[in-house]
Design a protein around this ligand. Structure first.
Ligand SMILES: Cc1ncc(C[n+]2csc(CCOP(=O)(O)OP(=O)(O)O)c2C)c(N)n1
Ligand SMILES: [Mg+2]
Length: 596
């Protein structure tokens, strides 16, 4: 049989190094699925329950491996389902290629079944490159460009393939006007600023007496370099959410997360520094950075468009984090006055104690902070941890102590619910020998993560390491938003929008062949983590957590506290317990100098 366009697509992706595709089938894309079958294992197809989940998997696969993530879906509804997962990749600068089917070329424009203007639909999320193929000879350069732009520019790209075209005989482009002969291959450049600019950066950093460093996802491959720079400059390092894995939390000068989900020592370091070095981060909340004019700034980022975006930097360096820091290091002068560093270290030490006492505080029935607190010492080496969006992201960000060699991620820029389990599945496919843990709220579980447990049930036997724990925080509430209603809006909890049904997640797991563990007293937690992490199969660890423990930002303002009090006094359904249970943490979170 001669090669079809579908066969060519698969072969070309293979030539580009693609070995895994996440997706869901449909008649609009059957020509490519037939080719995947014919190519017999050259590219592994991983079947999600929903195309959005497949796109999250592609995004997470790119995050965990640094390689291109690929997802595939049928025409119309399948392609539309991809969108949220693709935005997740787009906002976190991940190279992802979406391949979508389309109705036959003869039907297009005919208000045909499942006919959606896919290039228009993908145009924003895959704006770097989106094309619908119209003839076989075009497909070669469409694939080559879509892959090269995705990996070269760290963007999302999309190719739309009408289903009749997928079945056609593939023709190499003829040597003729209006055709071309594209090729496979891309090597990432070494990107380092000019010496003179490194010199300017060093001058700023050497002049500073109180240097604060903020790292993001761009610093994930620069652990040693960040440590050396921080040591030389006597600096502390805060970690944006996506940079959590960049530095181990055991280091006494790592202040942990920053921002709404952040820590007090990060907040204090930014409030007190005279120099800011930002590395590979698009951390969005400027109010957690120094006040304009307070600090001199140096930023390093691969993406020019991310420079001086949140704080006006004096030196804006385009560069790879590790390479740039290595080039910068010989120009840095070791700071002899370690007073600033000592202050940071003592703030960090007392903050860990605060976190411990917060985590161990009694709650009804289980304090959600304690779930993450107790996980830290149980984390196996090389673990990969994912978190969903919701209040558990606060505990993941603050309480969980990451060690060297671990990885962790979540939907950062998009902060979408529903990502933790597909992220965990992608982690398992990226590294089948590593233990994986997903932290998920019950709302996010119900939204779509529950369905992806079925994907885990389908595939877990093929993973060399069977440790895969999905920890569900069952608080029967969309808790993060409940607190936002209280604190940001001053509204009482709106039961109609916030309460969610109680579902026996651990029993659902058992029903589909996974293990289930249920915890409803705090004393059971440590043992439950231990059992879950040693189990011979994936586990759903369901913990009945208290929705009245506030995921408060470290800098909560007096006005927000007043809003909350007002909300509680004007008819919040659980007022009594909330006031008693949280007053102390609330007062402890009020920081001096922020009483607007
Ligand atoms: C797709 C999507 N829809 C809505 C939101 C807004 N949102 C953020 S957190 C949250 C509540 C999550 O509830 P749950 O998963 O139960 O976690 P909890 O906060 O209760 O721990 C909501 C609705 C979002 N981030 N993403
Ligand atoms: Mg919840």
């Amino acid at each position: 049989m001669s090669q079809t366009v579908g066969d060519f697509v698969v072969e070309r992706l293979h030539a580009w190094g693609v070995r895994k595709i996440f997706g869901y089938p449909g008649d609009g894309i059957n020509g490519v699925f037939g080719a995947l079958r014919r190519a017999a294992g050259k590219i592994e197809f991983i079947q999600a329950r929903h195309e959005e989940m497949a796109a999250f998997m592609a995004s997470a696969y790119a995050k965990f491996t640094g390689e291109l993530g690929v997802c595939i879906a049928t025409s119309g509804p399948g392609a539309a389902h991809l969108i949220t997962g693709l935005y997740d990749a787009r906002l976190d600068h991940m190279p992802v290629l979406a391949i979508a089917g389309q109705q036959a070329r003869t039907a297009l424009g005919g208000h045909y079944q499942q006919e959606v203007d896919l290039p228009a639909m993908f145009k924003d999320v895959a704006g770097a490159f989106v094309q619908q193929a119209s003839v076989p000879t075009q497909v070669r350069h469409l694939i080559d460009r879509a892959v090269r732009i995705a990996v070269g520019e760290r963007r999302v790209t999309a190719i739309v393939l009408p289903n009749d075209l997928q079945e056609m005989k593939f023709d190499e482009p003829p040597r003729k006007h209006g055709t071309f002969h594209s090729g496979v291959g891309f090597t990432a450049p070494k990107i380092v600023p000019y010496e003179v600019d490194l010199g300017r950066a060093a001058a700023v950093l050497n002049a500073g007496k109180k240097v604060a460093i903020l790292v993001g996802a761009g610093a994930l491959g620069a652990t040693d370099e960040v440590i050396e720079v921080a040591e030389t400059l006597g600096a502390g390092v805060a970690k944006a959410l996506l940079g959590k894995g960049a530095l181990p939390d055991e280091l006494p000068w790592v202040t942990g997360s920053i921002g709404l989900l952040g820590t007090k020592p990060s907040y204090e370091m930014m409030a007190g520094c005279d120099t800011l070095l930002m590395i590979g981060s698009g951390f969005p909340y400027s109010e957690f950075l120094p006040k304009e004019g307070q600090a001199r700034g140096v930023q390093i980022d691969l993406k020019p468009d991310m420079l001086s975006l949140r704080y006006p930097m004096e030196v804006n360096l385009v560069g790879d984090a590790a390479e740039t820091l290595r080039a910068l290091l010989p120009k840095l002068i070791e700071k002899t006055d370690r007073g600033w560093r000592k202050t940071i270290e003592s703030n960090v030490a007392s903050w860990w104690k605060t976190l411990e006492s917060r985590a161990m505080a009694a709650a009804n029935p289980v304090n959600p902070q304690r779930v993450c607190w107790e996980l830290s010492p149980c984390l196996p080496d090389r673990a990969i941890v994912t978190s969903d969006s919701g209040s558990c992201a606060n505990w993941y960000a603050r309480d969980l102590k990451i060690r060297r060699g671990m990885m962790c991620s979540l939907s950062g820029g998009l902060a979408s619910m529903g990502a933790a389990v597909p992220y965990a599945i992608a982690a398992k496919f990226a590294y089948p020998d590593r233990p994986v843990i997903a932290l998920v709220g019950d709302g996010a579980m119900q939204m779509n993560n529950m369905a992806e447990l079925i994907t885990i049930a389908k595939y877990w036997r093929q993973w060399a390491n069977r440790t895969c724990v999905v920890c569900v925080f069952n608080n029967e509430d969309l808790n993060q938003v409940t607190w936002e209603q209280r604190v940001m809006e001053g509204d009482p909890k709106f039961n109609a929008s916030q309460q969610i049904p109680n579902v026996p997640y651990h029993r659902f797991a058992e029903l589909i062949g996974l293990a289930g563990i249920y915890v409803d007293t705090p004393e059971q937690l440590a043992g439950a983590w231990d059992r879950a992490l040693r189990a011979d199969r994936p586990v759903v660890l369901e913990v009945k957590t208290d929705p009245e423990v506030p995921p408060l930002p470290p800098h909560i303002t007096l006005q927000q506290a007043q809003h909350m009090t007002q909300a509680l006094l004007t008819g919040d359904p659980r007022e009594g317990g909330v006031i008693m249970g949280t007053a102390r943490q609330l007062v402890g979170a009020l920081l001096p100098g922020d009483r607007d």
